[in-house]
Design a protein around this ligand. Structure first.
Ligand code: ADP
Ligand code: MG
Length: 426
């Protein structure tokens, strides 16, 4: 017998919410300044019993900040956090966290590290011991109870981290990029083991909130994916993954979902290049526009790869990332920088070279330097501004601090600014 989608929905809606986050805002004071850094702005989400929800976003988008707030480790600036209807006001029984860096105590054995999860629970000694052993056994560490972390491989250390979360039998297991410190194969094994346990209903937990910057990982593991945008972090989209487990990365539906999410993550991001590309007509860019941090070598490398076989100017971003053995996180800033300089255009998960980009690919070093300089002067407002100021000055010199001042947040390159600048010099 199969259920109609309305029946499924009814069941889904009947499930208990274990977590309700509404209008969460988190700001931090910028050091040495009065201004505030808005990390999360108006973030709302729910987590229901029985689901794995992914929180997908680029590095710096505020994923860890959100997770720490849910874990009760930090108090949000404003907004509401509820665990099974009750406000979260500090570390909460029923919510456990697994960290990217494992966070094990080196002087404690595997068993002692796992038992720590139950420390605050005031459970009888014998039960604590039994539950710790069961968690260790479940996660595949049987026989390593008295080993110390330094005697274990990275993958096994993270298994200890997981066991410490599982031993609590939490309603919510929060996982902050739990596989990203592991090599590719180890990460894959651990993901699969975890999913098997989950699908077989063996894990003593009700739901999982998984933070990741890896799109494939999110599509592989999650029932729903919340795509978090940056600056400030906001939920930009929610994607339902209606594929049965075990999922196959090579399934075309899987691939097209990955592509769609790539598209969601690369378009409309502010203050990104996508924005800059569309605003040729608006020369008043903020001078403080944030530039992607990438080396010129990486820029040339990507242009060369794109220009040659099999891409010949256009590539699917996930395929390109794979080909260049890069993580999403590494490829994004490069693609963004190329778009900013108008060497490439990113759209719907694809990247394609512009005419200038092609020319760059075909050129020798000196010509490349010239093209790069031209692009910087034409498309990076701060560079345009510096060049203009230097050109206007008799000695072609200006003090460094002068530009630091003008690069302050929110100040625009405007005619007024340059006029008063000139007036100030007289
Ligand atoms: P992600 O986990 O998505 O990579 P984080 O949540 O770690 O992002 O950080 C998001 C932004 O918030 C970053 O710019 C980071 O520097 C800033 N941030 C995080 N915690 C603090 C803090 N305690 N004080 C000031 N800034 C912070
Ligand atoms: Mg993080």
């Amino acid at each position: 017998m199969s259920l109609s989608s309305t029946q499924m929905q009814a069941i889904d809606e009947g499930r208990q919410h274990v977590l309700d986050v509404s209008h969460l805002r988190q700001t931090f004071k910028r050091s040495g300044s009065q201004s505030e850094l808005v990390v999360l702005d108006d973030v709302s989400m729910i987590l229901k019993e029985g689901e794995i929800v992914g929180l997908l976003g680029r590095s710096g988008s505020g994923k860890s900040t959100l997770l720490r707030a849910i874990a009760g480790l930090t108090a949000p600036t404003s907004g509401d956090l509820k665990f099974k209807g009750a406000p979260i006001e500090g570390p909460t029984r029923g919510i456990a966290m697994v960290f990217q860096t494992f966070a094990l105590f080196p002087w404690l054995t595997v068993l002692e590290n796992v038992r720590l999860g139950l420390d605050a629970h005031h459970i009888p000694e014998e039960e604590t011991h039994q539950r710790a052993l069961a968690a260790i056994d479940m996660i595949g560490l049987d026989g390593f109870e008295s080993a110390f972390p330094k005697e274990l491989s990275g993958g096994m250390r993270q298994r200890v981290g997981l066991a410490r979360g599982l031993v609590v039998h939490p309603d919510i297991l929060l996982m902050d990029e739990p596989f990203s410190a592991l090599d590719v194969l180890t990460a894959e094994t651990l993901r699969t083991d975890l999913l098997d346990l989950w699908v077989e209903g063996k894990m003593p937990i009700k739901s999982i909130l998984l933070v990741t910057h890896n799109i494939e990982e999110a599509v592989l593991m999650c029932d729903r994916i919340l795509v978090l945008g940056s600056n400030p972090g906001r939920v930009r989209a929610e994607v339902k993954v209606d594929l049965t487990q075990p999922r196959n990365r090579f399934d075309p539906t899987f691939q097209s979902l990955v592509d769609d999410i790539y598209g969601l993550m690369t378009t409309g991001e502010k203050p990104s290049a996508a924005h800059a590309a569309r605003s040729e007509a608006h020369p008043a860019h903020p001078l403080s526009m944030e530039l992607p941090r990438v080396s010129t070598n990486r820029l040339s490398g990507l242009i060369e790869a794109l220009a040659s076989e099999p891409y010949l100017g256009r590539a699917d971003l996930p395929a390109l990332a794979d080909d260049m053995q890069m993580a999403t996180d590494e490829l994004f800033p490069i693609a963004e920088a190329l778009q900013l300089l108008r060497f490439a255009v990113v759209e719907g998960g694809d990247i394609s070279l512009t005419e200038t980009g092609r020319l760059f690919g075909e050129s020798e070093t000196n010509e490349r330097k010239r093209l790069f300089a031209e692009a910087m002067i034409a498309h990076v407002p701060l560079v345009t501004h510096i060049r203009r100021v230097l050109d206007e000055r008799p000695g072609h010199q200006a003090s460094f601090s002068r530009f630091l001042r003008s690069a302050r947040p929110a100040k625009k390159v405007s005619r007024t600014a340059s006029v008063s600048e000139r007036a100030g010099r007289r």
